[in-house]
Write a protein that binds this ligand. Structure first.
Ligand SMILES: [Zn+2]
Length: 403
């Protein structure tokens, strides 16, 4: 037997009576119902399935099996022979119908204007995609196609469904070749687009409301357009509106000016970040000079700078160690204690050969911590008291001076 597809003749039919013919399992072991007739559109042609109810049973998906349509039920019980009332989720169907019909119009607009054929279409969660053989896409060309598509929408042209034989179809100016034989279902948007299709369409183009291409990109040697239509365009506009108002208020600016203001703001931010880095380097250099004046020295003149800071920022500590070691014949043994633990940054100038990595590992081992790095610069840390930290640093400095 075949399930009669009521949506073929009336895509606005949302409630219908039918008889349960069979209850069976889908390939992935879900319970599904077969009806003698249905208004539920099954997944196919890039369009997600309808959902809804059959009496009390919740229909979560419909699968096209060729002759029959499987209605996958999530809860509730139905038995063969039972008469039921089916209800299609209206909002979901109308939303999908708007996207699908919009695709016919947009595809025809791209075909008319640029001879670009549509090769793929899918309705996704928030927007839809078409893959078009458009070789030289530009913002202007896409805008031109969107302009034509919306003109067709606003002219509120009627959309007709016809059934024709393959021979009759060959005499029609179809936008794409039929993919099946036998009787063909032809969808005609008056004096604009004629194409074979088994989907659900608006009665008139005005139902679509608006078509908007959000973005485009080159993909698989084609042009991929992401678009929204009807209720989705409204939702998209609402979200963008909220975001634009929020940004405008944060920038104390008119929303038309936010991109310009933000560009300026980012430039200022980059300049400030650069200035902060310069000042930090200057500060490190002058602190290094002060520390070096108080440093102990080896017999060969090598200076050993050892200092324990309290609650100093670790990045600043590392910067300072490097600034100290940028001076000739100098070793920096710097550490910070934050009340619980110690962090060390040891550095030496390039003209020496003391191994800072070995020194850091040895120091950290004494406080049960970890550390490492390179011979010129190393860092690490561990838990210890401030007194222990001071003793450790002093003894390492004495050892290096005595070398
Ligand atoms: Zn269609």
């Amino acid at each position: 037997m075949k399930t009669a597809r009521l949506y073929y003749d009336d895509s606005h039919l949302m409630e219908f009576e039918a008889r349960v013919v069979d209850v069976r399992e889908t390939a992935d072991h879900r319970r599904a119902v077969v009806l003698d007739r249905t208004a539920f559109y099954p997944t196919g042609g890039g369009q997600p399935s309808d959902t809804g109810t059959l009496d009390g049973a919740r229909i979560v998906e419909c699968i096209d099996e060729g002759d029959v349509i499987l209605h996958v039920i999530q809860e509730g019980d139905l038995l063969p022979g039972q008469q039921i009332i089916g209800r299609v989720d209206r909002a979901r169907r109308l939303e999908h119908m708007q996207q699908h019909t919009a695709q016919h119009i947009l595809s025809q607009a791209l075909w008319r204007l640029f001879g670009a054929e549509t090769r793929g279409f899918r309705i996704m969660d928030r927007c839809s995609e078409i893959d078009v053989a458009l070789d030289q896409p530009t913002d202007e060309r896409i805008a031109q196609a969107v302009g034509l598509a919306n003109e067709i929408v606003w002219q509120d042209r009627p959309i007709k469904i016809d059934y024709v034989s393959a021979e009759e179809a060959s005499r029609l100016a179809l936008r794409r070749e039929p993919t099946r034989s036998g009787t063909l279902r032809i969808v005609e948007i008056e004096e604009f687009d004629v194409t074979p299709c088994g989907g659900t369409h608006a009665r008139r183009t005005g139902e679509i409301g608006i078509i908007f291409v959000r973005s485009w990109e080159r993909a698989k040697r084609m042009t991929r357009l992401r678009f929204v239509a009807g209720v989705r365009a409204l939702r998209d506009y609402e979200a963008l509106n909220r975001a634009a108002e929020r940004v405008a208020s944060m920038l104390s600016s008119e929303r038309e000016m936010i991109a310009h203001r933000l560009e300026r703001w980012i430039e200022e931010h980059q300049a400030l970040a650069k200035r902060v880095r310069e000042l930090e380097e200057q500060r490190a250099a002058s602190e290094a000079a002060v520390l070096c004046e108080r440093a102990s020295a080896r017999a060969d003149g090598t200076k050993v700078v050892a200092h324990l800071f309290r609650n100093e920022d670790i990045e600043a500590l590392k910067r300072l160690a490097r600034a100290v070691a940028s001076r000739p014949r100098t070793i920096a043994l710097l550490a910070v204690h934050d009340g619980e633990s110690m962090h060390v940054a040891f550095a030496r100038s390039a003209d020496l050969n003391d191994d800072m990595s070995a020194l850091v590992r040895r120091a950290c081992a004494q406080i049960g911590g970890r550390g490492g790095g390179r011979a010129e610069f190393a860092q690490g840390g561990g838990l210890c008291t401030e007194e222990k930290a001071r003793d450790l640093l002093d003894s390492l400095a004495r050892e290096l001076v005595a070398k």
